[in-house]
Design a protein around this ligand. Structure first.
Ligand SMILES: Cc1cc2nc3c(=O)[nH]c(=O)nc-3n(C[C@H](O)[C@H](O)[C@H](O)COP(=O)(O)OP(=O)(O)OC[C@H]3O[C@@H](n4cnc5c(N)ncnc54)[C@H](O)[C@@H]3O)c2cc1C
Length: 486
């Protein structure tokens, strides 16, 4: 039972609200759901346009664009399948973008619908924190609150020197608003978002040159998986890795992008150089807590509380877990703790991050560390000869699994693999359940499926685990075992 229905009523009544939530993104909306279970004295403040980053400019439009791009790119394999006429296909980019926006608008409308009943408890305006219990809206109206949830998300970061080039420098906030795309594009930054968008643009048939300051693509640390991704990306775009790109206007239409002794002209640039927490002008300095050099406070990841204040923090404003399902979890935790007498510590989920390229990329659980000693066993598979992958001409990529060498508990994995998003879920669930390699090899595997590739990797891993085990395959019924009832 939350405080709003028990001990804190009198104290809460001294304030205009029990809870104010700043930010109506995925984190803020999850917080709202948790808060509403306990009190109706809340307000949700958003600067607009609303509809969440995920639905408006993030997860959903990016996947819409990728789906069209991957579908069009498949034409390169038609000849090998014996299918003729692929050369006649062309991508109608304005139509592709129009569908992206139409579907995106549907998703956004669905999100907006969830707060349609809030009435005056939905406040449009920019919030500034004056102290842990007071928020000012657009420099005019002041609201007091017992608890505060800060869920203001993040925004794309574009270095100042690139901004002078104007609208030819796009971000994921502006990309999906384009009615057409030019023939030559540079993508600057190959983290997960940049990698997805670089491949989307390249698979749509644009000439893409992609730059990244180091050699780790899509956040991968495992050199074998990273090499598989690099090989796959380089099939459709030109890669420039390991150097900082420089931009300058070539003429009124073109931009010169250089890195070291390489330079090229493009018509537009997608800056995917990271996102920064939206804290500018938020007044965090008025909370009276220490801020680091990024202007961020220290937040307990299990309670999401700021020091001993009744102030909670959720979503992409925390750059360490800038993913939708983490934002939703954090909103739920922050919302539950904002109405509780005493904040509770919540366990966090097994880390899971997916990049929706083809083959798709994922990091699950413990990331690869080159300094591991023989305490960690590693196993893997190369998909070049994986049966089901070959049937679909998708036989590209690698999967690597990490386990405790002693006992074989699965700890983590990185992959760049066909159907990788699905493999990643199986692996994440196994890690969350603390399964061992032996236990996973006891699971059924159908034939022929991509998951047989996972089994190959598990078998390889098992060979490096110090754990005696029978040969995989059917084994005798244990007495009264459920598997043997029929
Ligand atoms: C291109 C792209 C692709 C992505 N793809 C995926 C994916 O495939 N899978 C995945 O898990 N994640 C993905 N993400 C990340 C995911 O979108 C985010 O993790 C999630 O949307 C974060 O939600 P949030 O609530 O923290 O922030 P937001 O949804 O950004 O909400 C923050 C809200 O706060 C408001 N706000 C900010 N400052 C103030 C203020 N001072 N006063 C009032 N309101 C304010 C903003 O207007 C905004 O509405 C992607 C992101 C991008 C950009």
């Amino acid at each position: 039972m939350g405080a709003m229905q028990s001990g804190c009523m009198n104290q809460a009544a001294a304030y205009d609200y029990d809870v104010l939530i700043i930010g109506a993104g995925s984190a803020g909306l999850a917080a709202l759901r948790a808060v509403r279970r306990h009190t109706q004295r809340f307000a949700l403040i958003d600067a607009g346009p609303g509809g969440t980053t995920c639905a408006r400019v993030g997860c959903m439009p990016s996947k819409l664009l990728l789906e069209a791009a991957h579908a069009f790119h498949r034409r390169h394999q038609f000849e090998a399948f014996g299918l003729r006429g692929a050369a006649q296909l062309h991508a109608d980019i304005p139509a592709v973008l129009q569908r992206v926006r139409a579907e995106r608008d549907r998703f956004v409308a669905g999100v907006l619908q969830t707060t349609a009943d809030l009435g005056t408890r939905a406040i449009t305006g920019r919030a500034r924190i004056l102290d842990p219990h007071t928020v000012e809206i657009d420099g005019q109206r002041r609201l007091s609150t017992r608890s505060l949830i800060i869920a203001t998300g993040s925004t794309p970061h574009v270095p100042d020197e690139w901004q002078v080039l104007g609208p030819r420098v796009l971000t994921t906030d502006t990309l999906f608003e384009q009615t057409d795309l030019p023939r030559r594009m540079a993508v600057l930054g190959l983290g997960p978002l940049g990698t997805e968008m670089a491949q989307a643009l390249a698979h749509l048939g644009l000439e893409v040159t992609a730059f990244h300051t180091n050699h780790h693509l899509a956040g991968l640390a495992d050199p074998k998986v990273n090499a598989a991704l690099e090989q796959s990306l380089s099939g459709s775009m030109h890669l420039q890795l390991g150097r900082m790109p420089q931009l300058k206007a070539f003429d009124a239409r073109a931009i010169t992008v250089g890195a070291g002794d390489f330079s090229t002209q493009v018509d537009a640039v997608l800056a995917a150089t990271g996102r920064r927490p939206s804290v500018c002008g938020l007044g965090l300095e008025n909370l009276g807590v220490a801020l680091d050099d990024r202007g961020l406070p220290d937040v307990d990841p299990h309670t999401l509380q700021l020091e001993q204040l009744s102030v909670f923090w959720a979503g992409d404003i925390n750059p360490d877990r800038a993913l939708l399902h983490e934002a939703a979890d954090e909103g739920e935790i922050a919302g539950s703790n904002a109405v509780a007498d005493h904040p509770r510590a919540y366990a966090r989920r097994t880390p899971l991050a997916i990049t929706f390229t083809e083959p798709s990329v994922a990091s699950i659980g413990l990331p690869y560390d080159p300094h591991w000693t023989d305490e960690v066993a590693i196993g893997g598979v190369d998909f070049a000869n994986q049966g089901r992958a070959r049937t679909g001409l998708r036989n590209q990529g690698a999967l690597r699994l990490y386990a405790k060498a002693n006992g074989g508990e699965l700890l983590g994995a990185q992959l760049c693999a066909p159907a990788g998003e699905h493999l990643a879920h199986l692996i994440a669930w196994a890690i969350a359940r603390r399964s061992t390699v032996a236990e996973l090899l006891d699971m059924p595997f159908y034939h022929p499926v991509i998951e047989e590739g996972l089994r190959t990797a598990l078998r390889d891993l098992q060979a490096h685990v110090h754990e005696p085990r029978d040969t995989p395959g059917p084994h005798y019924c244990r007495q009264n075992s459920l598997d043997c009832l029929d």
